[in-house]
Ligand binder design. Structure first.
Ligand code: ADP
Ligand code: MG
Length: 329
């Protein structure tokens, strides 16, 4: 099995769309963007051992590689349309590619994303995806629009992915790289692990927040860290009630309240949307979220100044040992 056999395998299953004039097979793809819309482009790379545990199932790697990219489009309020896929593998394994495509294409089908090209090379396991989406002029959700007085919101629940990573590391204690096959993981751990392996990009919510949210970001590095990016871009400060952060039942049942605060405030990889909106748009935000069938929770406020301050429900200041995940730190 060589590079071209792998590409043929991918091409045979690649979904297409009416606006793909020429997909996989030529030197480049030819796309027909609709007149009057802006093109929104994002790219994210997943490296084995850095972005997912080494023993992650190929289908989960495929799902996540596309999900993290769709999450970036969601955070911009864009509608996904096309993607490209660069795959590096130590050896040409049809089994890996087939499994990878199972996850990748399941998600692509959900959002009607066409796979229009890519690259296939030999090297350490690494997956790079670029996605292209569309948004109405002036309607993109950016990081620089938060204003003092705005409310801060987050979608779904946060902390599960970081919790799964903690449990995975616990399971590895004393073990080798690659880790023991988790012997009969309990349902709670499985629920957390599903959030790590198969994040849900909040595309419908991002679309519903056009014209409603003043700024938006997806939570990939950790809630406080990512909100910090919004504050820096907007020239404002924020305050967050860590006890208001929405937690799943699995997270509540598995960790002490202080450990949970830490996971929720600083853990990454949840791919929820954190956004700001004018306080008088509170009801509009709730309606938009209902349209998208996603829960949203008000977790704080935008203030004049700089930086993100967290406090508990008792208004005591709260700080974490570190905020978020920084590569090369
Ligand atoms: P070139 O050498 O001209 O860059 P390639 O042999 O790399 O062409 O790729 C042939 C075709 O297959 C191109 O259309 C390319 O976009 C597509 N392709 C290669 N690898 C992938 C992949 N992993 N996923 C999707 N399409 C791919
Ligand atoms: Mg090429």
């Amino acid at each position: 099995m060589g590079e071209f056999d792998l590409i043929a395998r991918i091409r045979a299953r690649a979904p297409t769309r009416a606006d793909v004039l020429l997909g996989i097979g030529d030197d480049a793809a030819l796309l027909l963007p609709p007149a009057g819309l802006q093109l929104v482009v994002a790219m994210d790379t997943l490296n084995a051992g850095v972005h997912f545990p080494p023993a992650t199932a190929p289908a989960d790697i495929g799902w996540k590689a596309l999900a993290v990219n769709l999450s970036d489009l969601a955070a911009m309020g864009a509608q996904p349309a096309w993607c490209t896929l660069s795959l590096s593998m130590p050896e040409a394994q049809a089994g890996f590619v087939d499994g990878f495509l199972d996850g990748f294409l399941a998600l692509a089908a959900q959002f009607d994303v066409a796979l229009v090209g890519g690259d296939t090379t030999r090297g350490p396991l690494s997956v790079c995806v670029a996605v292209h989406g569309l948004v109405e002029p002036g309607m993109a959700l950016r990081r620089d629009g938060a204003r003092a007085g705005d409310e801060v919101w987050v979608s779904g629940s946060v902390g599960d992915a970081a919790a799964a990573l903690v449990q995975w590391k616990e399971g590895c204690k004393g073990g080798q790289l690659g880790c023991p096959a988790e012997a009969q993981p309990d349902p709670l751990s499985l629920a957390l692990r599903a959030r790590l392996d198969r994040p849900t990009p909040r595309v419908a919510l991002g679309r519903a927040l056009r014209g409603v949210a003043s700024a938006c970001i997806d939570v990939s590095d950790g809630l406080l860290a990512d909100l910090g990016h919004v504050c820096a871009a907007s020239g404002v400060a924020a305050t967050v009630d860590v006890d208001a952060l929405p937690a799943s039942e699995a997270l509540r049942a598995s960790f002490s309240s202080e450990h949970r605060r830490h996971l929720q405030a600083t853990g990454g990889d949840d791919y929820e949307l954190c956004f700001s909106a004018a306080a008088d748009a509170h009801a509009v935000v709730l309606r938009a979220a209902a349209t998208a069938a996603v829960a949203v929770t008000r977790i704080g406020r935008i203030l004049p100044g700089a930086g993100v301050a967290a406090h508990t429900a008792d208004t005591d200041p709260w700080s974490a040992p570190a905020t978020g995940w920084v590569h090369f730190a």
